[in-house]
Ligand binder design. Sequence first.
Ligand code: BG6
Length: 642
Amino acid sequence: MASTNTAATGDPGSAAPAAAAAGVLVILGASGDLTKRLLLPALYNLACDGLLPQDFTVVGMARRQLDTASFRAAQRDDIRRFHTRRAFEPEPWAWLESRLHYVTGAFDDATAYARLREEIERVTAGTAAAGNTVIYLAISPEFFGTVNDMLDATGFTRRAGTTRIVVEKPFGRDLASATALNRALLARWQEEQIYRIDHYLGKETVQNLLAFRMANAMFAPLWHTRHIDHVQISATETVGVETRGEYYERTGVLRDMLQNHLMQMLAYICMEPPATLDPTAVRDAKSNLLAAVRVPAPGDVAAMSVRGQYGAGRRADGTPAIRYRDEPQVSPDSATPTYAALELAIDNERWAGTPIYLRSGKALWKRGTEIVVQFREGAGPGRTIGGEPNLMIFHIQPYQGVEIRMQAKHPGPSFALARAGMRFDYADTFEASRGTGYEVLLHGALDGDPTLFTRTDFVEQSWRIMQPILDVWESSPPGTLPDEAPFPNYTAGTWGPLEAQTLLARTGRHWHEVINREVLVRSPFFADAPPTLLNMLALSFQPLAVDPGTVVVRAGDVTGDLYVVCRGSLEAVDPSGRRLGTIDEGQCFGEMAVLQDRPRAATVRALAPCDLLVLPADDFRRVIADFPDAERRFREIAASRM
Ligand code: BG6
């Protein structure tokens, strides 16, 4: 980025950030949610960290009848709820509050814009803030067109000094509307004045993808289809649509998450490394990458995509969750997808032959955004001694870090391999305060640094890739594409539709559910486990989703894997067909085969769609050898079954 490029040129000592350029931030829609939940808390964080200039001022405008005093009073209350500091610091707030101003006005009323101009001129007169204006559209996209025209008609596009316009997502709802919006904006502003926001670019861990690609030469030769088997980019949420049913019904997951946030991460991970941190070089590299992503042919959409919608189930905390179609302001026969998984191909020299999988959904088992890069298996001796492909995992949130999963020799006289991990953990490495992600974006907009904002060509390329999928999905009701179940097709609180597993299983691959310690300790079974055991389990557990009726283990088999039930229930049946009992969420099964070194005594069959965690037999044996307490626990469970 322009303001911090000394760090990138090899002088990390001089990376201390400077305050943003003097300026005025004009917020249109200042009485709304975005302002109080994100923009003001971000400005407050910047103020606390000394990153706002002395000559800084905010002028808000919205329809709500407020004056500067009542606007300040409302924000004063809200900041105490929405700030992200460990403790509230009154002084920087008082400083920021004294710089807030408000004008009441409707977005289609020219006189309102005249009052806004007067107020801006009045509060910036004689200060360095005059001449650097950032206009933030914190408004519903239906007003974008009107506001754009009004800003031009009332002279904002022709003010002295620099003026920039910040546009929030959603940017269009398809290729045609995004292109039309771009045209409308470009008719009034120059490209370098238009700052399109994608809040994922404000996340430290997403920006770190750029650092990773540019500053760690040891990985550069590996970043090629020769070495990388495939890439998985997942952003899963446990929340449903909550109060946003009306917006979500019109939007769906493809528009809400994949077209923007996931494509941004894809671009950073797969682009050709730019030669410099110059904003044009970075944005060129990202756009070039999207231009190389194959636009799916309509006839291929069914095979490369999976859509889903959640049915009734449970939240992560165990309380009941309603189905999407029963959410407020959602149609009872809604066809809006709340889950999507895609397989994309990149037609360039670096990535030909390396599929890229994207997935995102609401009401899932776990909240987490991760990028997993799976390396190809070696042909050498590693295979013969039980080696596995290496993984590199970029943990974007909530856990933040980068991890390499590798093989190591397990301690002991025999030469056995075990999974091991190398981790860079943000919380252990940096002393940074928790932000909203908007700090760096506001700082960049005031400074005129567009690196973290989306350019016209990127947004259009991204819609071009999504458009055939949107078209096929919208013209074929859910359940009518080949091998597709009607909606709802996944239970709230699970790992999503089973078809998403099949998408990868076709080529012998599987999703890596990154099971971190926080997730494991949710199960009462692991709540008191020591950290070393949790680390080992987190590296070893593999997810397995099964349909009702699926036999998971069969009486007489000589397998020793251990299973933990995360969702659903199963029945155990003896070889004569007698039912021995059911196994429910939070319970485990399969431990006896290893503990007593004997074949499976019972058949276990799923009664409902189940999400299981599987601990492969070798890892299970190792747990028992290394953790006597865990063994005792398993023996107690086994005894209670007898
Ligand atoms: C927003 C979407 O852009 O991103 C929401 O509209 C989604 O539906 C959110 O929940 C996710 O953001 P984050 O930062 O929580 O991953």
